[in-house]
Design a protein around this ligand. Structure first.
Ligand code: ATP
Length: 607
């Protein structure tokens, strides 16, 4: 469990070695940054502060009034006073509770607004992060920062901050009231209260450790569920006949989990036994010392005073215990903020330059000039790639698997930036162009077609929000998917399912072609899927792509001979280098890599 994601209970004031190591450096800058989130809500915070002071002070009053009830009402047998103090005590408790309600409302309001701001800020920031960030970071981790970590911040604001404040105030009021009555008993109280806290800490520590073990087990169980019950995971389990194996794994983790839960529950039992014993010792000591003082030394001390002392002492127990845990809570809170700030501070790899060149209506001229690129420094991927795609023309990129074909096209819409050399669009380096303009002019149909879980219509409108029914139908016709859509009972309103998995690979491809046609970019890029589609699906996709290749500026990574033949120029890439270029005839004649690919790999049309 990451630091800061405290379990619901039993936080110990001891920090484990692991926690100490993970403890963030609490600097002035960090605190300033945390406070900057509270800044917009200053007025509300002052209101909360006033509510906390009032409610904490008022709720201590009934304990103090116990003395009056006993001395003025019971011992003097004065019914009027008795009723008055009882009603006063009751009234004060009621007012304190009502203020408490207002306080928790404002508190929750502030916490929700701060987390709202943070979530939006984080979402905006993550949207700017590059492809590399998403491919190299664990998906679960990204989601955790967005959800659990930010929820943790909410918990800190609603619980930690206000509990520190209200506990300190309760403690101060109780201490002042005790010292006003009798310094000897007050001092005994101060000595005793920490003694109460020691067993609590011990039990809390055990509980905390069990909570964390249970949490880790829980994460493991979630992992198993995630892997085996996801659409693709369950399929893999079924196809490999691993149901028994997965069930055993799940059952074993589940069993360990229940054992931990039982242990944790029992640790709680012992905890209460210890607490109730110790909480009883405290009042007894006060009665004893107080009694001795009344009987033998200090006649000014009344029975009521002793009762007040006992009542206040009992009230002090909770706040002292909470405050003893402040260090851990504080560190955990800071760790949580640090984790969030770490993400917010990551610089987006691909950013727009300061004065980007705007190209609302580009021509679609693409030039690669001596481009070198690598994902990891030790492994060069593209070496000295140069070519030009003229407007209205098409280029097919072919080459063995892993040779760097997709990488070449990733550089055009700036999913990555070149290491050296340049990629130019209409004569300007893509790094100097407005990112939105550049990406608006480029339409990519990638190998992995992604459709959102929604209707076909929603997926199409993703490319053009205000697309009319006619436009959508026309795009679907061109993409060769209209017939399929019309045959569906709900037409364009057919739901595509999780990641579009209710559709076949070919149908998904064709919907994504319709989507790109609606976007109507200047340059079309097709990264042809290598996965085998049946020949009918293939020819339908082919029919959809062919007119685009012939009329629009396009680059295609092709595996099918029929597609390759439509292109104006063929680039052959091997080990990240362009090893051959020309048209089909020339390349076959040359008898090099292309010829080899032609013989062995290209899927030729069926005769
Ligand atoms: P295919 O025809 O199989 O799709 P390709 O020619 O398109 O292959 P690329 O996807 O460009 O090949 O990959 C080129 C090389 O770069 C491969 O060896 C691959 O392992 C590596 N690679 C691709 N993406 C990444 C990434 N995000 N991080 C690190 N290495 C990567």
């Amino acid at each position: 469990m990451p630091p800061g994601m405290g379990g619901p209970m039993g936080r110990s004031s001891f920090m484990t070695e692991e926690e100490k190591k993970a403890a963030p450096k609490v600097t002035k800058a960090l605190i300033k940054r945390v406070l900057s989130y509270l800044n917009p809500y200053r007025v509300q915070l002052i209101l909360v502060l006033i509510c906390i002071i009032l409610s904490a002070s008022l709720s201590t009053m009934p304990s103090i009034l116990t003395g009056k009830i006993i001395d003025e009402g019971l011992i003097k047998q004065n019914l009027k006073s008795l009723i008055f103090y009882i009603l006063l005590s009751f009234g004060l408790t009621l007012i304190a509770s009502l203020i408490g309600v207002a306080q928790s409302y404002i508190n929750t309001w502030i916490a929700q607004h701060i987390t709202y701001d943070m979530r939006n800020q984080m979402f905006r920031h993550l949207q700017k992060m590059s492809q590399r960030f998403f491919t190299s970071n664990n998906q679960g981790d990204i989601i955790t920062r967005m959800t659990s970590d930010i929820d943790g911040v909410e918990r800190i604001i609603t619980n930690t901050f206000s509990s520190i404040l209200s506990n300190s105030i309760t403690l101060i009021v109780a201490l002042v009231a005790m010292y006003q009555r009798n310094w000897i008993l007050a001092t005994i109280g101060i000595v005793i209260v920490p003694l109460f806290a020691i067993p609590t800490r011990k039990a809390g520590q055990t509980r905390w450790s069990l909570t964390r073990q249970a949490q880790t087990k829980n994460d493991e169980i979630n992992g198993i569920l995630n892997e085996t019950l996801s659409v693709s995971g369950q399929l893999l389990v079924k196809l490999f006949g691993k149901e028994k194996y997965e069930y055993k794994k799940y059952r074993s983790a589940n069993r360990k989990m229940i054992k931990l839960n039982i242990k944790q529950s029992m640790a709680g039992r012992w905890f209460f036994v210890v607490i109730s014993t110790f909480t009883n010792i405290g009042p007894m000591l006060i009665y004893l010392v107080g009694g001795i003082l009344i009987m033998q030394y200090d006649s000014s001390l009344s029975v009521g005073d002793i009762s007040v002392m006992v009542a206040l002492l009992t009230r002090m127990y909770g706040p002292v215990n909470s405050l003893l845990n402040v260090q851990v809570e504080w560190m955990q809170s800071m760790a949580l903020f640090t984790r969030i700030f770490d993400y917010l501070d990551m610089k987006p790899e691909i950013e727009e330059c300061e004065n980007p060149v705007s190209i609302p209506n580009g021509k679609g001229n693409i030039v690669f000039e001596n481009v070198y690129f690598h994902y990891d420094e030790e492994r060069p991927i593209l070496k000295d790639i140069s070519f030009e795609l003229k407007p209205g023309k098409s280029i097919a990129i072919v080459g063995p698997s892993g040779s760097g074909k997709s990488t070449v096209i990733n550089l055009i819409p700036r999913l990555y930036d070149v290491i050296s050399g340049s990629v130019k669009y209409d004569g300007t380096d893509v790094r100097e162009l407005s990112l939105t303009d550049l990406r608006n002019q480029i339409g990519v149909v990638s190998q992995e077609t992604y459709l959102f879980n929604g209707t076909i219509r929603e997926n199409l409108r993703y490319a053009k929000e205000d697309a009319t029914e006619e436009e959508m139908i026309e795009a679907c016709k061109k993409a060769n998917i209209h017939e399929f859509i019309s045959s569906q009972e709900t037409g364009l309103d057919t739901v595509v399912g999780n990641r579009g998995l209710k559709l076949s690979g070919g149908e998904k491809q064709r919907i994504s072609i319709a989507r790109i046609l609606l976007k109507n970019p200047t340059v079309f890029i097709f990264d042809e899927a290598t996965s085998a589609l049946d020949s009918i699906s293939e020819s339908k996709i082919q029919e959809a792509i062919d007119p685009i290749i012939q009329t629009k500026t396009s680059i295609l990574i092709a595996h099918r001979l029929s597609t390759i033949l439509k292109a104006d120029e063929i680039l052959v890439i091997k080990d990240g280098q362009i090893v051959e270029r020309g048209n089909h005839k020339e390349l076959v004649k040359a008898g090099g890599v292309y010829q080899e690919l032609y013989e062995t790999q290209f899927e030729k049309p069926e005769i």
